[in-house]
Write a protein that binds this ligand. Structure first.
Ligand code: AMP
Ligand code: MG
Length: 378
């Protein structure tokens, strides 16, 4: 299938001072990348900003080639068509499958990438028509939704061993297999993982500040020129057609902010709206009383090397779980090293409230015009 690979150069502005070195506040590169079914915008500052932005694009395209459900020779497509046989996969796919299984366990099954056959029945896998599947069809597919049946393995070449620090410099062979009939969809976690890799790219290129907008996944890197935080809008889920309608704005530095909401992808039939986040317990679009979930976390959590991926998986899972369970989950997830919550939340509810966890109280400003009632929770 031919994919849209073009990107538009929005702004390529490199200002160099008289001395020849770029001003980190103004040297800027901003590129749009169409990848992972999303229009992404990556803005980098600093002397090496053009190279950093294009390196970011390269890693996103590389990840898409491995993790796409629709590109024929991606790891995910090969795994889905392997009929349950083990196949060799990339380290990125291996890491994400392990993280996804971890999230399934943590969220009591609310996050499960083996939701793919059910999502496909609704037409959310890409390519198919949207439709409402019958109860019987869903009942037949639901037993396939079980990430614990996905097998993943990593093996060193024969005779080789990990060193005493548990590391190995050579090439490790990663394999995975699904149970027969299963399929996976990493769409609920892959963009967050891409944000994790962008952190490494920005570090490698010495990017002092930048903003990566990967659809609902944002990496706010450093602060804005002038030293103020990045402003990240939380879209008003009740007004999906109006990109300028916000429930509120987050002011963030060095953070991931990931939003999941039913408004991001849906179809309507007989006056009813069906969206793309499926409750693995029922096979139906989640109907938990939440209209969006935003997960915010420090982009430098040393205790969690895949914090972006976790934020992404959690935003999807907490949308399925609903307000009460989501807040219980938030209270239970603590960063043991820092002795504080692992992440913070902005929940928008169907009954017109914006619920913000206490760690964001100083960073979130409600848009008064939105009409939402504002609550903080501890
Ligand atoms: P997000 O936008 O990150 O919330 O991810 C939504 C995407 O994740 C959907 O388009 C599906 O590809 C996939 N998905 C839907 N429901 C689930 C679920 N319960 N667990 C994991 N992935 C899901
Ligand atoms: Mg997600």
């Amino acid at each position: 299938m031919k994919r849209l690979t073009a990107y538009a150069l929005f702004l390529a502005l490199l200002l160099t001072g008289c001395g020849g070195s770029a001003d980190p506040d103004t040297a800027q590169e901003s590129i749009q990348v169409i990848a992972m079914d999303t229009a992404m915008l990556i803005t980098t500052y600093g002397e090496r900003s053009p190279a950093a932005a294009y390196a970011a694009e390269d890693v996103i395209r590389d990840l898409e080639a491995k993790l796409s459900r629709t590109m024929e020779d991606s790891d995910v497509s090969r795994l889905n068509s392997a009929g349950g046989q083990p196949i060799a996969i990339s380290q990125d796919a291996f890491t994400l499958l392990r993280q996804a299984e971890r999230c399934r366990i943590q969220t009591g099954g609310a996050f499960d990438p083996t939701i793919a056959p059910v999502a496909a029945a609704w037409g959310f896998a890409g390519g198919e028509e949207y439709r409402v599947p019958s109860q019987e069809e869903l009942a037949a597919l639901l037993p396939l939704v079980d990430c614990s049946a996905v097998f993943t393995d990593s093996q060193l070449p024969e005779g080789e061993e990990y060193n005493t620090a548990g590391q190995y410099e050579g090439e490790i062979r990663y394999t995975a297999s699904l149970a027969p009939g299963q399929a996976i969809d990493l769409g609920g976690i892959a963009k967050g993982y891409a944000a994790d890799i962008l952190v490494r790219v920005f570090q490698e290129y010495g990017v002092p500040r930048g903003l990566a907008q990967l659809g609902g996944n944002v990496l706010a890197w450093g602060d804005r020129p002038g030293g103020t935080p990045w402003r990240v809008g939380v879209q008003d889920p009740a007004k999906p057609g109006d990109k300028n309608a916000f429930a509120g704005v987050l002011e963030l530095t060095d953070s991931f902010a990931v939003t999941s909401g039913g408004y991001q992808r849906y179809f309507e039939q007989d006056g009813k709206r069906y969206h793309h986040i499926i409750d693995p317990a029922t096979g139906y679009p989640a109907d938990s009383g939440l209209t969006s979930v935003t997960v915010v976390a420090d982009a430098f959590k040393t205790s969690q090397p895949c914090m972006g991926a976790l934020c992404d998986a959690y935003s999807t899972a907490l949308f399925v779980m609903g307000e009460e369970k989501a807040l219980d989950f938030w209270r239970g997830c603590r960063d043991m090293e820092a002795g504080e919550p692992l992440f913070q939340l902005v929940l928008v509810t169907e009954d017109g409230r914006v619920v913000v966890t206490e760690g964001l109280a100083d960073c979130f400003t409600l848009d008064e015009a939105s009409g939402y009632a504002y609550e903080t929770v501890s």
